[in-house]
Design a protein around this ligand. Structure first.
Ligand code: ADP
Ligand code: ZN
Length: 809
């Protein structure tokens, strides 16, 4: 990045000194703006956009972020105060990221400072983590001169001589940490100072070394030749990614920032100007190919290989790339593939890192030392100085949505960021979100398809088993007769089996068979889940607040004694499987088992090595795994997924089941999938049985068009929460009225606001929750009206009551 303007030596526009524009780190609407500060002489020429600073704020000193410079003060000069201190040697954010925070503020109706906070690595704020810079000693003489001087000094100043000799051993420009040198040469800091005064050595502050992974033992794996299908996809990508590529037409190559008009809405006026001009609403501005793509490829079709090629192409041009993966997919396997190709140019950001590791990695990325970043959601903010590409793998994954303020979606942020920085985007999925596929059909995204698995391996055959028939036939096991038969067959052939359940203990509630009473959490209004302790005793737990209680012996409602656990949990399935297959090696993997750090990885390794025959698990076994020994996948019950209270439930069920099915038959033997259900005719399951994404998409689109759901309309949800019910209800009601008024005032097209209602989970962690939903055809207009409504109500909120806004919930 260009060095920043700075210092009082330079002059602002009208001959006034240049001022730093700082956003203070206080999340309050009335201070969510830029404040101006003088740049003290000590920071002259050092301050850059993105730096963390300490500034005086009223009687306090607070942290803040430098977001720009100006010559025009908003307050009289005598009231200007100087920046108090600089927090970081290197800014943690880039100018482009600050621009992106502006976009997020508008898009997600959050505070600017909240958007900035989302971008900072943990550890960058406050003084929880300090990476003390280490002092290094560097030789400025050439080694021969150093030896001469050492000989001359040997008598008079033996310690200085020893230092020079040590450094000379390191060759030209040799450097070592000061602490190491002092110890090795038996020298004192005084000796170093004396040498530095003579100009023979330099003392430099350096970032503490990152914990670098050991350099790959093997040379980087050469990429395999592409399959014909991959080749066709790659040619289209190359035309956009590689400047001057032969495949690029006259208008080919990358489009300058702001000129692309990728998916989504244009930037609000005023911000588009700084990102360039002429943001087109659709992807084909001026006949150029769009620089954002949907790569729709069935599981195992070689999408990852395409990402690796694209990243390599970007690196070859001196640019960097981010590859987003769902957290759960950050398996050693994924990471290993990136490291095998790009060695230690790869930075991996994952949730198990300590704040210090994260901060150190962030800085290495910012300094350009790690041009390939692989990570989950928040890696979309990785401060690469020269970004060329963002890949979003499994773009449909729900984990890309952040469920706390700012409630952003990493896929949308990726598209916006790429547009700001002139980078390309690849969204990859076997089961794209309906919104993304719709954009591709509309031409906002280039559509790339891989319809076949690599090596022409067939997709697994899917059988749907009707559990109603099992019941009629008097077969009461968790495993249908067909599933049992196939399990026996596959285990006999020494092949591996995956058994999948929608969620851990999902259905295991404590139920009274006499009156139907279900035991619920006293704080959260959800049913408690029954778990079995290793001792065999049962405990009821809330999955939201972790409330625990011993199951009552009699029904609290009717006093009956027939209260029993009911439903399926992974534990129950494990127990049953052990009884049915006593000789098999059976392992369960769910959130309970993997709560211990590293056990997810350990189980995966065992399974991949063939030391587990039957693995029983939840979502976490569905994604990204590539274990060739798996030839059978059993979905114990598809019904829970089909009955979620969510307008995306069909899409989600399809995605989940395709994902699970994709684990079967990745090796030489064909895979098979058995789905057990009480709704065998459900069109969504039928689509899974045929691996027919388009059938699912058409089904969804028809319904959503009718109802005005995304992608045909925009939704905003507001949740009002507080410790007492009546004020929450009153506040929610007032919000609904003000919101409707604002929508009407602005004449928002097809704008509707629901009356206030209790949220699906009315009590959560001891708080009452009500919600209001607004819907409109025009997202920007709806957001503007929402802002108006919230501003009108600001200050009128009862104490203790908060409102949280979720755009595109
Ligand atoms: P996806 O990401 O679509 O699931 P992958 O990229 O993981 O697919 O590819 C599936 C398997 O095929 C992997 O084991 C991968 O190494 C292999 N593969 C991918 N492309 C090729 C190719 N062109 N030649 C040989 N093997 C390939
Ligand atoms: Zn609870």
């Amino acid at each position: 990045p260009a060095p920043s303007p700075s210092g009082s030596g330079e002059e602002g526009a009208a001959g006034r000194p240049l001022l730093a524009e700082v956003v203070v780190d206080i999340a309050a609407p009335d201070v969510d703006r830029v404040f101006h500060f003088l740049i003290p002489p000590a920071l002259e020429g050092r301050l850059e956009v993105g730096h963390r600073v300490i500034v005086p704020f009223g009687p306090r000193r607070v942290e803040g972020t430098v977001v720009g410079f100006t010559g025009r003060a908003e307050v009289p000069p005598e009231r200007l105060r100087p920046v108090a201190a600089l927090q970081d040697p290197v800014p943690v954010l880039t100018p482009a990221l600050i621009e992106l925070a502006r976009w997020m503020e508008d898009r997600y109706l959050c505070l600017f400072v909240q958007a900035l906070r989302a971008m900072l690595p943990p550890g960058a704020r406050g003084d929880r983590v300090r990476l003390a810079p280490r002092v290094w000693v560097r030789l400025t003489l050439d080694p021969a001169q150093a030896r001469e001087q050492a000989a001359a000094l040997a008598r008079r100043a033996p310690r200085q001589a020893a230092v020079l000799e040590r450094l000379a051993e390191l060759g030209p420009h040799g450097a070592v940490p000061q602490a190491t040198l002092l110890q090795a040469a038996g020298a004192s800091p005084g000796a170093l100072k004396a040498l530095a005064r003579k100009g023979w050595i330099a003392l430099e502050e350096r970032e503490p070394a990152l914990e670098e992974p050991a350099a790959a033992a093997e040379p980087p794996a050469p990429p395999p030749p592409l399959t014909p299908e991959q080749e066709a996809v790659w040619r289209r990508l190359e035309a956009v990614l590689v400047a001057g590529s032969s495949a690029a037409g006259p208008a080919g190559g990358r489009v300058p920032p702001g000129q692309q008009g990728l998916a989504g809405e244009p930037f609000p006026a005023g911000q588009a100007a700084s990102a360039g001009s002429g943001v087109a609403p659709h992807g084909t501005a001026g006949g150029r190919p769009p620089a954002a793509f949907l790569l729709h490829g069935v599981t195992g079709s070689g999408k990852t290989e395409i990402y690796l090629r694209a990243i390599a192409a970007v690196l070859a041009q001196g640019q960097g790339a981010i590859c987003l993966v769902p957290e759960i997919a950050l398996t050693p396997q994924t990471v290993a593939r990136f490291r095998a190709r790009f060695g230690n140019r790869v930075a991996v950001l994952h949730s198990a890192m300590t704040p210090a590791q994260r901060l150190a990695t962030w800085r290495a990325i910012r300094a350009g030392r790690k041009p390939v970043v692989v990570g989950a959601r928040s890696a979309v903010f990785a401060p690469l100085p020269n970004l060329g590409l963002i890949v979003v793998d499994e773009e449909h994954e729900t984990s890309y949505k952040q469920e706390e303020t700012p409630r952003y979606h990493a896929r949308e942020v990726a598209l916006a960021r790429a547009r700001l920085e002139g980078a390309a985007v690849i969204l990859g999925s076997a089961t794209p979100s309906v919104e993304t596929y719709h954009r591709a059909l509309e031409g906002e995204l280039g559509l790339l398809e891989l319809a076949q698995r690599v090596g022409r391996r067939p997709l697994p055959e899917v059988e749907i088993v009707d559990l109603r028939q099992e019941f009629e036939a008097g077969h009461r096991s968790l495993f249908s007769r067909r599933l049992l038969e196939l399990m026996r067959e596959r285990l006999a052939a020494r092949e591996q089996v995956l058994l999948f359940l929608n969620r851990r203990g999902y259905h295991t509630v404590l139920l009274c068979r006499e009156c139907g009473f279900v035991l619920r959490c006293p704080h959260c209004d959800v049913s408690l889940t029954v778990h079995q302790l290793p001792s065999g005793r049962l405990v009821c737990r809330c999955h939201y607040c972790d409330h625990r209680q011993v199951p009552p012996a009699t029904c609290p409602h009717c006093g009956g004694v027939a209260v029993h656990p009911f439903g399926l949990g992974t534990q129950k399935v494990e127990e049953t499987a052990r009884k049915l297959f006593p000789g098999a090696r059976i392992q369960r993997m769910d959130a309970d088992v993997t709560a211990r750090r590293g056990s997810h990885e350990a189980i995966y390794r065992q399974f991949a090595a063939g030391r587990i025959d039957v693995l029983i698990g939840t979502q976490m076994i569905a994604k990204g795994w590539d274990v060739p020994g798996v030839t059978l996948v059993g979905v114990v019950s598809a019904d829970t997924a089909l009955h979620m209270p969510d307008f995306r439930r069909q899409e989600r069920t399809f995605q989940l089941l395709e994902q699970v099915a994709g684990r079967a038959g990745r090796g030489p033997r064909a895979g098979r999938v058995v789905i057990q259900t009480y709704s065998p005719d459900h069109p969504c399951l039928q689509a899974v049985a045929r691996h027919d994404y388009r059938a699912l998409f058409d089904l969804e689109v028809a319904e959503r068009r009718e109802l005005g759901f995304p992608p045909f309309g925009h939704l905003i949800r507001a949740v009002v929460a507080g410790p007492e019910r009546p004020p929450v209800e009153r506040a929610a009601t007032r919000l609904a009225l003000a919101w409707r008024q604002a929508v009407d005032d602005a004449g928002v097209r097809a704008g509707t606001v629901t009356p206030a209602a209790p949220a699906p989970i009315e009590r959560l962690r001891g708080r009452w929750r009500w919600h209001v939903l607004a819907r409109a055809a025009d997202g920007a207009a709806l957001r503007a009206a929402t802002r108006t409504a919230l501003e009108r109500l600001r200050g009128a909120w009862p104490r203790d009551v908060q409102v949280q806004v979720d755009v595109d919930p």
